[in-house]
Design a protein around this ligand. Structure first.
Ligand code: PMP
Ligand code: GLU
Length: 391
């Protein structure tokens, strides 16, 4: 066995993804016959629609099984360019677009292209588990912007200003957010944009949950607000959440030409193109997927409403109502347990899997995913309620 000291420093300072690990643990326990209900998963539970699968099968049968251009086929980039225009009022030519192996890869490549040793990257806390680790892999420093549950976990302009130093290079924005479901308004984004332009901070805007947004909330791309912020923003999106295509591994980004060209070089020498078949599937999704998105969004809203109505009745848990994505970030501090202990006991004693908040930057919260059927949610909340009454 290799001894630990032979490993590079960059891997010694990072942790495995807790979201992936706990989801895998819950699946394993289930496969061993334990009656676990998983509220941990960070992916829609719906099957990928048949017309998308069909497009992929057709592409294989027609022999579309070779390398494509590194950052995606012309056809797919044209569809992405149209999508950015139609949904986000953003003009990105194909040279400004890079298709990668998931939005995670797009964000990683963006950071690799932008930050040097010692640079600081601003990340609102709570954050999606991978952001700080990606920054650390790049030998840079994650700097967390504090938020308050009372403001739906959104940071304010004064919060942002306080976190900026001479070394600040990038801000990672995520709206709708994982794990809180908060959505920034146009006015809030305008304030953030003004500061970033003034301080010359590049924004990586992770918009992967764009299509899962509820009631009166509206998704706005920060890059669409004005030319200045457009010139210093990378807009990241992907197929995983909008079309229930997490396993296909297609993400994409739009941004300034010089950054996209640097990302293309990184991809040339690391992954090359994302899977050719998945690109064909993504073309089908982008051109015919509107109906599926509508269906999924409505389902998620029903589940959000149901989950919140159950949480309202459980003493000891408080939360901010999510406006998007499919997570509820619950404050469990009144139980006097830290999140890891809470999640472990909940799994062992009530057979419900959730993600403890430590990986998102808070030991007093757990993340509940409502990407599961109402029937299972009902069963899960019955168990949580009974268990909470006992402890
Ligand atoms: N950003 C956020 C906030 C996410 O929750 C996820 C989910 N894994 C991703 C990016 C990455 O998605 P993917 O790589 O599957 O496109
Ligand atoms: N983004 C999802 C989550 O937060 C998927 C897991 C991951 O990629 O970390 O659970």
């Amino acid at each position: 066995m290799r001894v630990d000291t032979t490993l590079a420093g960059r891997v010694k300072i990072i942790n495995p993804s807790p979201t992936l690990a706990i989801t895998a643990k819950a699946k394993k326990l289930k496969s061993q016959g334990r009656d676990i209900i998983g509220l941990a998963a960070g992916e829609p539970d719906f099957d990928t629609p048949d017309f998308i699968k069909r497009a992929a099968i057709d592409s294989i049968e027609k022999g579309f099984t070779k390398y494509t251009p590194t950052t995606g086929t012309v056809e797919l980039k044209n569809l992405i360019s149209e999508k950015f225009k139609k949904d986000n009022s953003l003009d990105y030519s194909s040279e400004q677009i890079a298709v990668s192996c998931g939005a995670k890869h797009s964000i990683f490549n963006s950071l690799m292209a932008l930050i040097d040793n010692g640079d600081e990257v601003l990340i609102p806390l709570p954050y999606w588990v991978s952001y700080p680790e990606m920054v650390r892999i790049c030998n840079a420093k994650p700097v967390f912007i504090r938020t308050e549950a009372a403001n739906n976990f959104k940071f304010t302009c004064p919060d942002l200003k306080k976190s900026i130093t001479q070394k600040t290079k990038v801000l990672i924005l995520n709206s709708p957010s994982n794990p809180t479901g908060c959505v920034y308004t146009e006015k809030e984004l305008a304030g953030i944009a003004e500061i970033c332009v003034d301080k010359n901070i590049t924004v990586i805007s992770d918009e992967i949950y764009e299509k899962i947004i509820f009631a009166k909330s509206q998704h706005i791309s920060i890059a669409s607000l004005n030319k200045d912020i457009y010139n210093q923003t990378i807009t990241v999106n992907g197929m995983s959440k909008s079309y229930s295509m997490t396993g296909w591994r297609i993400g994409y980004l739009g941004g300034p030409k010089d950054i996209v060209s640097a990302i293309s070089k990184l991809q040339d020498h690391s992954t090359s193109n994302p899977a050719s078949t998945s690109q064909k599937a993504a073309e089908a999704a982008l051109s015919q997927g509107e109906e599926f998105i509508c269906f999924m969004r409505k389902e998620f809203e029903k589940r959000r409403d149901y989950a919140c109505s159950r949480l309202d009745k459980i003493k000891g848990i408080t939360y901010a109502r999510p406006e998007g994505a499919f997570y509820i970030f619950c404050d469990i501090s009144r139980t006097k347990m830290d999140a890891s202990a809470f999640a472990e006991r909940l799994l062992e004693e009530a057979l419900v899997a959730v993600i403890p908040g430590e990986g998102f930057g808070s030991s007093s919260h757990i993340r509940i995913s409502f990407a599961t059927s109402i029937e299972l949610l009902q069963k899960a909340f019955d168990r949580i309620e009974q268990w909470m009454n006992k402890i």
